[in-house]
Structure formats: structure tokens, C-alpha cells
Design a binder for this molecule. Structure first.
Ligand code: MSP
Length: 709
């Protein structure tokens, strides 16, 4: 069996900085890499950033800087976060690196030489957010992310993907572990069985990419460029013999870790490119589920993100790692909340493992002068007899990537040792027991607890490396990072070992930890300047939306076609209100509010108001929705993204009168579908009951994306 392990994370788009959703896969990869190294495997862990393509070019334009400056800045943010978290990646590839460009061009020249590339043209829909060609009618949303697709009509180079239908199906059949988990495997197999069309692998309508070899009018399609990072980072395309040797040593990859929505790219396109180039197949692609926040995928464009830094500031990196691996069943979606994080931290880390270490080592300090005592031979106890089973169960679960269960096993051991200490009560001396007997009993109990802690610590080291390093040192065992953690067997802690210096491992989280983290997040959001340039780097607070309600006098014009908000052609036209918001009911522009107009008297706090993410947006496209008299389909630009909103204002506004107009939208409501189209936000308008809606607007110039607050 080969003693090398090459694992990769997806490379992250640099259109926004990282959050805990993007941290998730990287942490999983780091945990696996740490364990492999501790087991003596020659491990290479690669991560990096995906920096080309239309999405990034547009983000850079909005930020008013060159694409290179923009990507330099955000790639540095990713790297800085990984470094702050102490992640142990061996290389960080950027797709703007010259070594990557060279490798990509070599790969595509080879595909061309081998007859797998031809010139053609593509007319169809493209989702810029996912950087994916999608098979939907013009104007329809992307089936994956729900955002508006754009029509592309370009000359392209095509890759003969259709030639790989059979070979791909054989690959999946002969290698049942190639795609995991099973659900993703089934999805991919059905996708391929439904028939593969040739894939456009170049773009001509923008410039930010790797030039196509021999035809620089084209840039290589960003996914084709990005996937190649897995080989270019380890030397593919280089003439240097050391790089070539590295490639020979590490390729094929043992594990590509990916998010579930990008399995198709990794399990269909990537192996097909490799087959066409005559290169070996990666051994497996494993997909993780999504980290959800408030029931939606945490994502930069949805704006419902939590920054990893917030958690690092308050609880530290180990807390985040432990939470992600223990709380989320790997392969499934899982929810993040500050409550759950702090609860796990206090219950498992502070009161569980941390407390066990502290009480055991304190007693060894007190009763044995800080030297690990010699246990009395032949006294079997449930802890030492159960330990081999627990170690085997942990290893089995971990190697099956069932991290949550592995940790459950380790923490069952923590609880068992805790219970054993309490039951044995080494601090008490029953009257019938002599001093000598008492000392022997104490020695056995405390040795057993300390040895169990050593084993638990060695097992969980990849998950909580900082804490494990402290405990290892406190046990007097030196540096865990260089320790040999193979063949863990009971009795490995030598009696007579002098303990190291004590110190808290996981101090209990203070009562206000949750509010502190929430405040850090909030101030991060409100500090985010509303100008689009900054918004693309900061995480916008608002997101997909559209529940058609009348809220506190805001006649919200998005959505429900069946019950459009207070529209009546007979109602008097009111002048457009000025900033900040059309708070219309009972307002001064309408002197005779009908009595049925409810005046809301219940007071709300500023925090309640802050929950509504009101943003300035510009209407770019407006059109009627077929067979829906009252609905308009709008495409609005928020500076940091474009989105589709359906508004029940067709009887009050013609589509032509709206294009170019700046409006106010509620940006953070859940999306909903109307007439089969997704509405991602609400336009704010004022109206009297039964009256015409009047869109909120501005008298002075204001940038799109600006937040109303
Ligand atoms: N650039 C491509 C990947 C190219 S790999 C050759 C890309 N980038 S991404 O930044 O959009 O996403 C990178 C990874 O982050 C994906 O695996 C995605 O699933 C993951 N995640 C982004 N948000 C996430 C969560 N909320 N939860 C879990 N994973 C998340 O796709």
C-alpha cells in the first residue's frame, strides 16, 4: 500500500471573503491531513483560490480596481484566515499563478492534439454566479441557485464530453468508492446516463482568464481552468525535474473534498478531461453537505454568513473545528447557531474534556508531586478493558469519515473516565483503609485517568490540535505535533513521567459569549460601507426575499399576484416620497387615510428595525409576466449582486418607465416562486388601502447597494 496521501479542497472564488461555510471543507481537509501525518503517512494537503471568470471580473469592476488587484486582496484574506486558524495546508494555489496558467495551457494543448477539442459556437443560458452553462429557457432562473441566467451567444471551443459517457459509467461501476456519499453517486450516474453533451471550454465575451493556447481571443472556461489546479499545484506542466517528480509522487489524488453542489464538475468533467489527457483518475471525490444558517445555505450572496473570525475571537479555533465535526453529520446539511456552538463548547470541551484533564492532573499534582504514579498491577477496571474497543471504534468511524460518531465515541470515554473518578473518589480516605492501601488505590485510579486522557488526546488531536498540544505537554509527553500516534495501546504513559506546567485548556465560555459574537457580527455588517466596491468584499447582510405582506405601513410591492398590495386604478396618484423609506400609512402625503388603514402603535426596538435589510437597487430589466396582469418581472442591481424580483405593480407602472430607476428593496426575506419564477426580494412602495402603490425613491443621488438605516 502506498504511503502517500494527497488531498484537496475546492478552490474558493474570490468574489467575497471566507465565512464559516467556506471554512467547513477546509477544516475537514485539515483534520484528515493532521490524522494522516500523525499516522506516519506522507501527506500533501492542497487548498487555494479560484480567481478567473466573469463573476470575478465583474466583482473587480464594481470594486473599481483591476481584476489582479482585486484577486490579490481577497486571496490574501483567505490565506490570512487559514493561517490564523493554524491550518496545515502544504500549498496554496492561486489560479492566477504563472505555474497554474502554464499547466492549464499544457493540458488544453494536449486535449487539442489528442483530438478532443473543436471550434463551434454556443447560444444558451449561463449562470454567472455558478459559472455554469444551464439548460433553461431565456430569462429563467438557474436551477441550482435560483439566480437569473444570462443569454450567451459566443464562438467557443468545445470539449468532446459526449465521447466519455461509457468510460465514465464504467469508472463509477468499477470504483464504487469513487463518489461518496451514495446519494451523490446516484445523482451523478443518473446525470451521465441521461446523456452528455459536448462542453464549451472557452469564452470570448470577456478577458479575465487563461488564454486558450494558440487562440488568445478565447479564455479557458473558468471551471476547466479551476479543476486543473489539482495537477498544476503539484508540478504538472513544469519542465523542472523536481516538480515532475512531485507530480509523479502525488498524482493521482487520494481524496478531492467538495461541496455537494459541485460534484458534477468533479465527477463528470474532471475525470473526462483526465481520461482525454491520458492521466490517472483521482481515487475518490467526497461531497460534504451545506452549513445552514437560519435554515438556508450560508452564502456570501445570500448574506446570511457568520465569519470564522468572530468565533476565533471569542472561543478559539478548536471550538470551531470541534463544532463543525461533532455537530454536523458529515455528508449531510447541518445548522449553525451561536447557541448550539456555545452549548457544545461548554458541555463537551469546557465541562467535559477540559474539566477531566484539570481534575486529574491537579490530583496527581497534589497526591504524587506532579509525577505520574505507578498503578497496582492486576487491578482490572472498565476503563482500561474498554479502551481497545473504544480506540477501534473511533478509528473505524473516522476512517469512514463519520467524524461525528468518532467524536461521540471519544466523548463517551471522557464521560466514562469522569464517572470512574467520581465513583472511586481518590480524594477520600475511608477509615478502614491504611495509608499505604489508600496510596496504591489513588495511584491506580489516577494512572488510569491520566492514561485514558493520553489516549483520548491522541485520538482527538486532529480535531482540537491546540488543546491536544497543551494537554500533551501537561502530561509531560512533549510536542504532540511530532509524536508518533500510531498503535495506541493501553499503558503507553510511562509511570514516573513528570507532568508539565498546568494551565486552562478550555475555560468555560462566559455568559455573554453568544451576545458578544452576535454583536461582533452585527457591527461587522453595519460597518460594511454600503458602496458596492466594499460590499463585494464585505458580506452583505440582506438576501433572497419575497413574502408579499403589508408590513407596518410599507406597502410591499413584491410578489403575491393573487393579492397584490392595495392596487386600485381609481386611487389618487401620490407624489413619490423621498428618503429614507416610504412609510406611508397615516403619513403626511396622504391627508385622508381611510379608517381601515391600520395605524401600527406597537413599538419596536431599533434592533427589530435592523432586522429588515432595506437596500437601494436599480431596475435593469422590467417586463410583463405572460398571463399575469398585475405582475412585472424585474431584474435589479444591488451593487454586490443582481437578482430577480416579481412585483405586483403592473397596473401602476409600465415596464419602460421603470428601467434605470432606483428603488428600495427589502433584501433579506426568503425567496418564493410565483408563476414558476423565483422572486428574490420586495420593492417598497407606499399606498393607501385600495390605492395605487407609489414606489419609494430618492431626491438626491445615492449609490446602489446602500443600506437604509
Ligand atoms: N470555485 C469553485 C470551486 C472550484 S474547485 C475546482 C466554487 N467556489 S465557491 O467559493 O463557490 O465554493 C467553494 C466550496 O465552498 C464549495 O465546495 C461549496 O460547497 C463550499 N461552501 C460554500 N458555502 C458553503 C456552506 N454554507 N456550507 C458548506 N460548504 C460551503 O464552487
Amino acid at each position: 500500500m502506498s504511503n502517500k496521501f494527497y488531498l484537496t479542497t475546492p478552490i474558493y472564488y474570490v468574489n467575497a471573503r471566507p465565512h464559516i461555510g467556506t471554512t467547513y471543507t477546509t477544516v475537514i481537509a485539515d483534520v484528515i491531513a493532521c490524522r494522516k501525518r500523525a499516522l506516519g503517512v506522507d501527506t500533501f494537503f492542497l487548498t487555494g483560490t479560484d480567481e478567473h471568470g466573469q463573476k470575478i471580473q465583474r466583482s473587480a469592476e464594481k470594486a473599481n480596481c483591476s481584476a489582479q488587484e482585486f484577486t490579490d486582496r481577497v486571496a490574501a484574506q483567505f490565506r490570512a484566515l487559514w493561517d490564523r486558524m493554524g491550518l496545515t495546508y502544504d500549498d496554496f494555489i492561486r489560479t492566477t499563478d504563472p505555474r497554474h496558467k502554464r499547466g492549464v495551457q499544457k493540458l488544453f494543448s494536449l486535449l487539442q492534439q489528442r483530438g478532443y477539442i473543436y471550434k463551434g459556437s454556443y447560444t444558451g443560458q449561463y449562470c454567472v454566479s455558478d459559472e455554469a452553462y444551464v439548460d433553461v429557457p431565456p430569462g429563467a432562473p438557474c436551477p441550482e441557485c435560483g439566480r437569473i441566467t444570462e443569454t450567451v451567444n459566443e464562438e467557443n471551443y468545445f470539449f468532446k464530453l459526449s465521447a466519455f459517457e461509457r468510460p465514465l459509467l464504467e469508472l463509477y461501476e468499477n470504483n464504487p468508492d469513487f463518489i461518496r456519499p451514495e446519494t451523490r453517486r446516484n445523482e451523478v450516474i443518473s446525470f451521465v446516463k441521461a446523456g452528455l453533451k459536448d462542453l464549451s471550454v472557452s469564452r470570448t465575451s470577456f478577458k479575465w482568464g487563461v488564454p486558450f493556447p494558440g487562440d488568445e481571443k478565447h479564455v479557458i472556461y473558468v471551471w476547466a481552468d479551476a479543476l486543473a489546479n489539482y495537477i498544476t499545484a503539484i508540478g504538472y506542466g513544469s519542465d523542472n525535474p523536481a516538480d515532475q517528480a512531485k507530480f509523479e509522487k502525488y498524482w493521482p489524488a487520494d481524496l478531492h473534498l467538495v461541496g455537494k453542489e459541485i460534484t458534477r464538475f468533479h465527477c463528470v468533467y474532471w475525470p473526462a478531461f483526465l481520461m482525454a489527457a491520458g492521466l490517472p483518475m483521482p481515487k475518490s471525490v467526497v461531497a460534504n453537505g451545506w452549513l445552514l444558517f437560519e435554515e438556508n445555505k450560508m452564502s456570501k450572496s445570500r448574506g446570511n454568513v457568520v465569519r470564522s473570525e468572530t468565533i476565533l475571537d471569542v472561543l478559539g479555533a478548536d471550538a470551531l473545528r470541534y463544532f463543525l465535526l461533532r455537530e454536523i453529520v458529515f455528508g449531510h446539511d447541518g445548522s449553525f447557531s451561536f447557541d448550539a456552538l456555545v452549548q457544545r463548547y461548554n458541555a463537551d470541551l469546557a465541562n467535559g474534556y477540559g474539566n477531566l484533564v484539570s481534575r486529574t492532573l491537579t490530583m496527581i499534582g497534589k497526591y504524587f508531586d506532579g509525577v505520574v504514579p505507578e498503578p497496582v498491577a492486576g487491578q482490572a477496571d472498565s476503563i482500561s478493558t474498554e479502551a481497545p474497543n473504544a480506540i477501534a471504534a473511533f478509528n473505524r468511524s473516522f476512517d469512514a469519515l463519520d467524524f461525528s460518531r468518532a467524536l461521540e465515541t471519544a466523548w463517551a470515554m471522557v464521560a466514562a473516565v469522569d464517572g470512574y473518578l467520581t465513583a472511586s473518589a481518590p480524594w477520600k480516605q475511608p477509615e478502614s483503609v491504611t495509608d499505604g492501601q489508600q496510596r496504591a488505590l489513588r495511584a491506580t485510579v489516577l494512572y488510569t485517568a491520566a492514561e485514558a486522557i493520553r489516549i483520548i488526546t491522541a485520538l482527538v488531536y486532529p480535531v482540537i490540535p491546540d488543546a491536544a498540544a497543551k494537554v500533551w505537554g501537561q502530561l509531560g509527553l512533549g510536542d504532540i505535533h511530532t509524536a508518533d500516534l500510531r498503535n495506541l495501546t493501553w499503558g503507553g504513559l510511562p509511570p514516573g513521567t513528570r507532568l508539565g506546567e498546568f494551565g486552562p485548556v478550555f475555560p468555560r465560555a462566559e455568559k455573554d459569549a453568544i451576545t458578544r459574537m452576535q454583536q461582533i457580527e452585527q457591527s461587522n455588517n453595519s460597518d460594511t460601507p454600503a458602496v458596492p466596491a466594499e460590499n463585494t468584499l464585505g458580506e452583505p447582510f440582506g438576501a433572497l426575499a419575497a413574502t408579499p405582506v403589508e408590513t407596518q405601513g410599507l406597502a410591499v410591492a413584491a410578489a403575491e399576484e393573487a393579492a397584490p398590495p392595495s392596487i386600485s386604478p381609481a386611487a389618487p396618484a401620490a407624489p413619490a416620497p423621498s428618503v429614507p423609506v416610504a412609510v406611508a400609512k397615516g403619513g403626511s402625503t396622504q391627508s385622508a387615510a381611510p379608517s381601515s388603514d391600520k395605524i401600527i402603535s406597537e413599538k419596536i426596538t431599533i434592533d427589530d428595525f435592523a432586522k429588515v435589510d432595506l437596500r437601494v437597487a436599480k431596475i435593469m430589466v422590467a417586463e410583463r409576466v405572460p398571463k399575469a396582469d398585475k405582475l412585472l418581472r424585474l431584474e435589479v442591481d444591488l451593487g454586490y449582486e443582481q437578482r430577480q424580483i416579481l412585483a405586483g405593480i403592473a397596473e401602476a407602472y409600465t415596464p419602460e418607465s421603470l428601467v434605470g430607476r432606483k428603488v428600495v428593496i427589502v433584501a433579506n426575506l426568503a425567496p418564493r416562486k410565483l408563476r414558476g419564477l423565483e422572486s428574490n426580494g420586495m420593492i417598497v412602495a407606499a399606498s393607501l388601502e385600495g390605492g395605487r402603490p407609489v414606489l419609494a425613491g430618492f431626491l438626491e443621488e445615492i449609490e446602489i447597494g446602500a443600506r437604509l438605516k
